[in-house]
Ligand binder design. Structure first.
Ligand code: ADP
Ligand code: MG
Length: 242
């Protein structure tokens, strides 16, 4: 099968003209890919969590690229033309938000949630951009921009409530969107511990923040297994470190 793209965490293969295979790798990166490690079991776990959450969102009526999951590290998805914008939805202040606006208190509640747009470009470190930048560059129409903001807030609400029902707090998350062959906007990429921050009742991270801080892939994988257990996603068959 033709490999279309190899990114930091996934390989993308062309299945047919309309569908792609998204293969999740066992690699973890931080700081724009400058820090790298092998995280045994991560590919399967992130594919499984993504499949679980895409299925949950589909059942709630959201349009996603998700088609099927092979039970291991590969999702079948609808082929989209990706919009080069990362949407970050924040329920509590953390990470880069505290760096660019230090007047926020760490973990200050953001209600309504803050929606940030970033230009998807690793060499520029995914800079924060304005709605006007998106419109002026012709990336989206005003209407499409509104659609993406609305979907992002709806996805956030659904996932925040799902996590809350497991006693977990969704701090923030990154979403990507693309267009299908009809031009309709569809939720894409992955939803996993690599792309959101989640805290348990003790304030412990169940996400990639552990690797960003400790550079310890083993420690991170323990948290990812824990996250699966909390969500009711079975992982007894997955071999991880430790
Ligand atoms: P990156 O290093 O760019 O984050 P990843 O390792 O996450 O890359 O690989 C996934 C790539 O595939 C991303 O560039 C993402 O935008 C793209 N992608 C995700 N979903 C789809 C889709 N449905 N159709 C086409 N491309 C997609
Ligand atoms: Mg990515």
């Amino acid at each position: 099968m033709e490999m279309l793209y190899e990114g930091k965490s996934k390989r993308i293969y062309v299945k047919n003209s309309d569908t792609l295979l998204m293969e999740f790798k066992d690699e973890v990166t931080a700081m724009d890919g400058t820090v790298k490690a092998v995280a045994k079991g991560k590919g399967i776990i992130n594919a499984r969590i993504s499949a679980y959450l895409f299925e949950f969102l589909e059942e709630a009526g959201m349009r996603t690229h998700y088609i099927d999951y092979d039970g291991m590290r590969t999702l079948t998805v609808k082929r989209l033309s990706i919009i080069p914008i990362e949407v970050i939805v924040r329920n509590y202040s953390y990470g880069s938000l505290l760096k660019r606006m230090p007047l926020y208190k760490p973990l200050q509640k953001l209600d309504p949630p803050l929606v940030e747009l970033h230009f998807k470009d690793d060499s520029l470190h995914d800079p924060l951009i304005l709605v006007e930048d998106v419109l002026n560059a012709g990336l989206l129409t005003k209407n499409d921009m509104q659609t993406i903001a609305n979907i992002s807030l709806e996805v956030n609400k659904l996932l925040k409530d799902l996590f809350l029902s497991k006693n977990l707090t969704l701090i923030d998350m990154k979403l990507e969107f693309g267009r299908d062959r009809n031009g309709d906007i569809v939720l894409a990429d992955e939803i996993s511990g690599d792309t959101f921050r989640v805290l348990d009742e003790n304030g412990e991270h169940l996400d990639k923040e552990i690797f960003r801080k400790s550079k310890d892939a083993n420690l991170m994988m323990k948290a990812y297994v824990n996250l699966c257990k909390r969500l009711g996603v079975g992982v007894d068959d997955v071999h991880v470190y430790g």
